[in-house]
Design a binder for this molecule. Sequence first.
Ligand SMILES: *[C@@H]1O[C@H](CO)[C@@H](O)[C@H](O)[C@H]1NC(C)=O
Ligand SMILES: *[C@@H]1O[C@H](CO)[C@@H](O)[C@H](O)[C@H]1NC(C)=O
Ligand SMILES: *[C@@H]1O[C@H](CO)[C@@H](O)[C@H](O)[C@H]1NC(C)=O
Ligand SMILES: *[C@@H]1O[C@H](CO)[C@@H](O)[C@H](O)[C@H]1NC(C)=O
Ligand SMILES: *[C@@H]1O[C@H](CO)[C@@H](O)[C@H](O)[C@H]1NC(C)=O
Ligand SMILES: *[C@@H]1O[C@H](CO)[C@@H](O)[C@H](O)[C@H]1NC(C)=O
Length: 782
Amino acid sequence: MGAPIINLICFVFLLSSISSSSSLQSSQYWSLLRLQQLLGHPSLLTTWNNHTDLCSSIPSGSLTVVCYENSITQLEIIGNQSCPPLPKSFSIHSFFTTLTRLPELKVLTLSALGLWGSLPDKIWRLSNLERLDLSFNYLSGSIPPEISYLNNLQSLILDRNIFTGSVPERFGPFPLLAVLSLRRNFLNGSLPESITTLDNLRVLNLSGNNFSGELPDLTLLSNIQVLDLEDNKFGPQFPVLQRKINTIVLRKNQFTGSLPSQLGTYYLLRRLDVSSNRFVSPFPASLLNLPSIRYLDISGNRFTGMLFQNMSCCDGLEFVDLSSNLLTGNLPSCLSVKKSESMNIRFDMNCLSNLKDGTQHSLPFCQTEALAVRIFPHAKKKSSPGRVILVTSMVGGGVFLGVLLVSILMFFSIKVSNKRKLVKKHPRTLILHASNGYSSSKLLADMRYIPQTMKLGTFGIPPYRLFSLEEIEASTNNFESSAFIGEDSDGHHMYRGKLKDGSCIAIRCLKLKKTQTCHNFTHYIESIAKLRHHNLVSSLGYCFEYCLEDSTISRLFLISEFVPNCTLRSKISGNPEQKIPWAQRISSAIGVAKAIQFLHSGIIPGLFANNLNSTNVLIDQNSVAKIDSCNLPLFSSDREFKVCDSNTKGLNNDSKRDELKDKIDIYDFGIILLELITGNNIDSQRQVEKMKNRLQESVADDGSLRKKSVVDQTIARACSNESLKTVMEICIGCLSNEPVDRPSIEDLLWNLQFAAQVEVDSWRGSDSQSSSNSISQLTPEI
Ligand SMILES: *[C@@H]1O[C@H](CO)[C@@H](O)[C@H](O)[C@H]1NC(C)=O
Ligand SMILES: *[C@@H]1O[C@H](CO)[C@@H](O)[C@H](O)[C@H]1NC(C)=O
Ligand SMILES: *[C@@H]1O[C@H](CO)[C@@H](O)[C@H](O)[C@H]1NC(C)=O
Ligand SMILES: *[C@@H]1O[C@H](CO)[C@@H](O)[C@H](O)[C@H]1NC(C)=O
Ligand SMILES: *[C@@H]1O[C@H](CO)[C@@H](O)[C@H](O)[C@H]1NC(C)=O
Ligand SMILES: *[C@@H]1O[C@H](CO)[C@@H](O)[C@H](O)[C@H]1NC(C)=O
């Protein structure tokens, strides 16, 4: 049986050896000739005419053909970089169709040959490709997603073409890809998440494109050594990387904020170039002393901080550019003494004081500018290019709190009323401690850090933080009209935004007048920052813009959770289908009570008389009741005065008054309970009295409370008598005319939780079908 096979093999061998090219399959040879023809017979390929054995030709710098077992496995043709595009008659489709007849190709380099047209998706048929280099051509259109089928690729180089569009959303998996170079094209959009699956990637060069947006989590690229993103629009956050990286080039992008502290642990980092961005932070001088650093360029940012003569530098440093920043102090002597001829140090346009060569600004320049951050076209004169606004401040590694504007206080018009909302509020007169603008020293003195606890996310609320204006703009599509939700009660524009992570935010935009400046912004931001609780529409952060000219803040954005506008009231007395059952009403009441407890004693100073009613309690998508914080009288009449007056310490210490204030909220809470029980809207004092009396009569009367007409019929069918009774009694207590007779918030919570427990138990006891439903409705708060 063996002999015929051997004969067959001999025959095939014979056949191939008598073909035109001694050891290459003839079809492959003809494909090469066809390629030559399609490329317009470039002089580079004239040797192919001689019917020589191409497989044994000696590779030159511009032409390499390698065969393995009679098939071409490597084809490299490198033309002249100033090669014009091939003539109109050239067809990229025919060209690639011909190429796919060389299916054994592992290495394909077709560089600077004038190829034009869009890269055909049939490229995937070259499934053995390990290296593909099509650089310096005129390939256009988008990168075909089919390229992802080339899963043996180790190197993909498409530099210097005219590719547009974005990197295919599903890019890869390329389990072996080590080099991805797409430099100098016209690619845009953000990098897809799938890029992080390239875990063999060593080199990523995307320089000279139009990419934008935040980078995905690059720590997943556990082997990356070289990251070059120069000349794009990436930002604003410095990318997170694994620490064995060798080269980071972020030059000419839109990165802001600070450099991450982990940079100090990148012990293999040789080259760091963050120049021409918008970084604003103290310069981490330890970078000069990284063990492997050779090249450090931070020029053209707003790095601040003081350098000392005695700072140390890594011995191997060859290039350092600190120019055009806001550095003060003295140039370290390790940089002023040249260790070798090749060492290149630049530092002009800072405020360094030991240099008398006229290349430095005066110290006040850096000090003032250090407070300013980013340059924006001024909103006031619409799109007038001459004006600039500086936005947000970050100094000292923490969040820097800027100037306080008295005017802001105005925005929280005072809703303190010893009576209810029924009493109309009057507009406030404002007490201005008007110092126009601010002095930078004053600002520095007022500098505060937001307490660490505020920065931590609690109850699933993301950390309180400073937002960048870009982020706010991006989230609202540049304050597009569809993002506009309306005006709040004080006339401030409200926008709805969507962050990159998909979460929704509400943005309140406060326009500030120059005349309304106060020097103490800290308290304000700090007070807002405290409003974070599971049962409050919590604040998430802030962002502000200010004018460069006179350093006044022009706009403040307050960012809070976005809760769809679904009020507790609409869930009680609105559309019958929306009405919530008893169990959920109790859990909403518990939520509101917890929020009241938090406002009274969870923050210092406590917030009292919070103007609560069922229309400013919102029910979120998880059925959690949240008090809408924008209605809180954050700055009551006394407080407003005090916030601006740093000499007056503390609030009104009249404890009796505080107690009374405390009971105002309890009374208001009683009305909410009344609505929960009766299912009616209650908007007047007269109604309150009437309903309270009916409630009292019902409780006094024995028998099933469920059957009483005062109880909302929607809930009456499915609630336990005992829990109903408990809540009715609490309600009556809350509505006592004498504040001292009203229960404390702790009592209230205890009783409500008791009522909830009774309700759960009663459902457990019965075999009602809706029991599990009912219990689950309670769970948000229990
Ligand atoms: C190919 O043939 C041309 C003449 O037809 C000759 O001048 C040239 O030297 C040949 N090249 C090789 C590599 O044999
Ligand atoms: C490339 O082409 C230009 C102009 O056509 C010519 O000056 C240059 O010498 C060529 N370079 C090479 C390496 O052939
Ligand atoms: C990318 O560029 C194309 C045109 O080349 C454009 O249609 C598209 O909107 C751009 N995408 C982004 C995200 O800028
Ligand atoms: C990335 O590409 C740019 C532009 O072609 C080149 O100058 C740069 O050296 C490359 N980056 C690295 C780290 O090799
Ligand atoms: C980059 O994108 C912006 C719009 O996002 C566009 O105006 C600009 O022309 C693009 N630049 C290039 C080189 O494609
Ligand atoms: C460097 O000098 C500054 C003051 O000029 C001093 O505070 C600091 O301790 C010194 N550091 C070292 C490491 O000597």
